[in-house]
Every structure is written in C-alpha cells, then in structure tokens.
Design a protein around this ligand. Structure first.
Ligand SMILES: Cc1cc2nc3c(=O)[nH]c(=O)nc-3n(C[C@H](O)[C@H](O)[C@H](O)COP(=O)(O)OP(=O)(O)OC[C@H]3O[C@@H](n4cnc5c(N)ncnc54)[C@H](O)[C@@H]3O)c2cc1C
Length: 299
C-alpha cells in the first residue's frame, strides 16, 4: 500500500502528490513536494508523524512559507502544513492562547480586540505563529519570544508536550524550539493596554511597512543584520540595489529584500543571494548570512 491508500483515507483533506511549493511560498518559487498534507487536527498530525517515522519518510513542517526558499527540484518526503485548522485564538485575562496556524496579523488583532498590549509589532509579519516562534520573529523592537508563556508541540515520536517559558530560549531570529517537533499551540503573556494606543501603534507600524517595503513577492529580509548595522544598509552601500539575475532583483526600495519580478526561479534567487554575498565580501570584507531558510533540491 502506498501513502495515498494508507494515510490518505485517514486525513480529512487527504494527501496531495507532487504539490508545487511555489503555491505555498511568498516568493512564489519552489518545485514539487513528493507528498503534501494539511492535518485537520492534532490527532491527524500525530497519525502523520507516526506514518512518516514508520515508513522512513522525511517530514518537513511548513507554516505560511514566508521565510523559505524552496529550490526548484522540490522536496523529497512529506510536507506537513500547519494552517487553517490551527488558526484560532482565545483570551483569558492577560493570557492569549492561539493555534500555531494563526497568521501573525490576526494574532495581533485578537490581542487588540481583547484590550491587550504586547503584540503590536506583529501586525505586518505575514508568517504563522508556529513559524514566528521557530524564527523568533520580531519588528520595531518587539519579538514573539518575549511574550511566550507556554508552547505546545507534537514531538517526532508523536507525543504532545507543553514547554514552559523557562525551558525555552530565544535569540536573534532563532529559538531553542527548532528541531523539537511541530508546534500546535502557544500561550502568550500580554498586558492590559489602552485600546486607542494599541490601535495607533499598529497603524503606525503598518504605514511604516508600506513606506519601506516593496510590494512584489519576497520573503522579507534575506540577510541577518549585523550587531551594529542593518544588512540592507551594507547592501545598499555596496551598490547592489537593482542587481538582477533572471526574474530576481535586489529591491530598489529596500536592499535587504530580493523580489520576484515575475517568472523568477529559485535558482535565480539563490544565485542573486550568492552574488550579493560576494559583492559585499569583496567591497567591505563582511560575510552576510541568510535569514531565510533554503530547503529542497536543485534541479
Ligand atoms: C513581506 C514580508 C515581511 C516580513 N517581515 C518580517 C519581520 O518584520 N520580522 C520577521 O521576523 N520576519 C519577517 N518576515 C519573515 C517571516 O514572515 C517570518 O520569519 C515568519 O515568522 C515565518 O513564518 P511562516 O509561518 O511563514 O514560516 P515558514 O516560512 O513556513 O517556515 C519557517 C521555519 O519555521 C518552521 N515552522 C513553521 N511552522 C512551524 C510549526 N508549526 N512547527 C514547527 N516548525 C515550524 C519551518 O519548518 C521553517 O523552518 C517577513 C516576510 C515577508 C514575506
């Protein structure tokens, strides 16, 4: 029996074969995943983890695909998308519990609607809560790790575990959650706030994003900032704005964004990432390290 016959009938949304990852990444590039599923609940997720383990199938977790460069040859194994079924929020006094598939802007709006402050920074981050926790996503001085009370995940043996704040650590665009399993839910500790001030901060941050960020497909900032200087500034000073390979271009609006101008391949984007690294190294002797995650196979 194959995966479609064995696992497929046990999943509400079934198993897709050869699913183009370009449909699931904000860069709109990426070759096919051998198998692709969207578990409808935690039980389906656990069944899928057991299936992949017992069949020696590698498993890759996908949130909203906003920090990923999936290469053109695609992904060998099973891609598990934590999406809409895990999109929910519930407020209890100053604690906000949310599913890992909740988009960050929706999470920020739930906090605002509950009169809670602490997530204003998240309003324009297009990832899911699960992806944000893995990346310790942040903006405007705030970051998600600072608000974590507990995180619940399914580990790679299919057990559900809840980890408390003091068992976790969060750094610049990384967290100790990486490799621990599949995040399904988190409880965030917020504070009561002034609704007008919360709404005002969100409007300000959204306006700032539209002013600074390009509106073509991208994965946000490509490179990690240096401790003393934003990567975008260094790339701009190296003269890389507008640099282009195939359909990939270093944005004229924000030098740390590489945009898909239409028809870019993952190979174009990867080649441009390398070209920017070489240019910056040659001009300033600085090594730039990608913030985006590169996965899958080249063609
Ligand atoms: C226009 C734009 C603006 C952006 N602005 C910002 C910003 O201001 N600040 C910032 O920090 N980032 C920003 N980003 C990057 C991105 O949105 C964040 O890194 C986000 O947290 C990624 O979440 P995701 O759901 O898209 O994760 P994905 O890209 O799907 O995955 C990222 C990593 O998380 C893992 N993962 C995802 N979900 C889970 C889960 N449930 N359990 C376990 N592992 C999981 C994946 O395996 C992968 O390793 C921006 C991106 C874009 C396109």
């Amino acid at each position: 029996m194959n995966i479609n016959q064995e696992l497929g009938p046990r999943l509400k949304y079934g198993v897709k074969t050869g699913e183009p990852m370009s449909d699931h990444t904000s860069w709109m590039v990426g070759g096919p995943a051998d198998y692709y599923i969207c578990p409808a609940d935690t039980n389906e997720l656990i069944e899928s983890v057991h299936y992949s383990f017992s069949h020696g199938l590698s498993l890759y977790i996908l949130g909203n695909g906003t920090n990923l460069l999936v290469l053109d040859g695609g992904i060998r194994g099973l891609v598990v998308n934590i999406g809409a079924p895990f999109n929910y929020t519930a407020c209890d006094n100053t604690l906000l519990t949310a599913g890992a598939g909740t988009p960050m802007p929706a999470l920020a709006k739930s906090a605002k609607d509950g009169g809670l402050t602490g997530l204003e920074f998240a309003i324009g981050i297009p990832g899911s809560l699960g992806g944000a926790l893995i990346m310790n996503a942040g903006a405007f001085g705030g970051y998600i790790g600072a608000r974590v009370h507990t995180v619940t995940l399914v580990d790679y043996s299919g057990r559900v575990n809840t980890l408390f704040r003091d068992e976790l650590s969060f750094g610049y665009r990384n967290s100790s959650l990486a490799g621990k399993g599949i995040i399904i839910e988190a409880c965030l500790a917020l504070e009561h706030g002034n609704p007008e001030q919360i709404a005002g901060a969100m409007e300000k941050y959204s306006a700032e994003r539209s002013r600074r960020h390009p509106n073509q497909p991208s994965a946000g900032s490509v490179f990690r900032n240096l401790p003393d200087k934003p990567a975008g500034k260094i790339i701009e000073e190296a003269g890389a704005k507008g640099m282009r390979i195939g359909g990939a271009e270093v944005s004229e609006k924000h030098a740390n964004f590489i945009v898909n101008t239409g028809g870019a391949s993952a190979a174009d984007i990867l080649a441009l990432i390398k070209a920017v690294q070489q240019l910056v190294k040659a001009k300033f002797g600085i090594e730039l390290h990608p913030e985006v995650r590169v996965i899958g196979e080249e063609t």
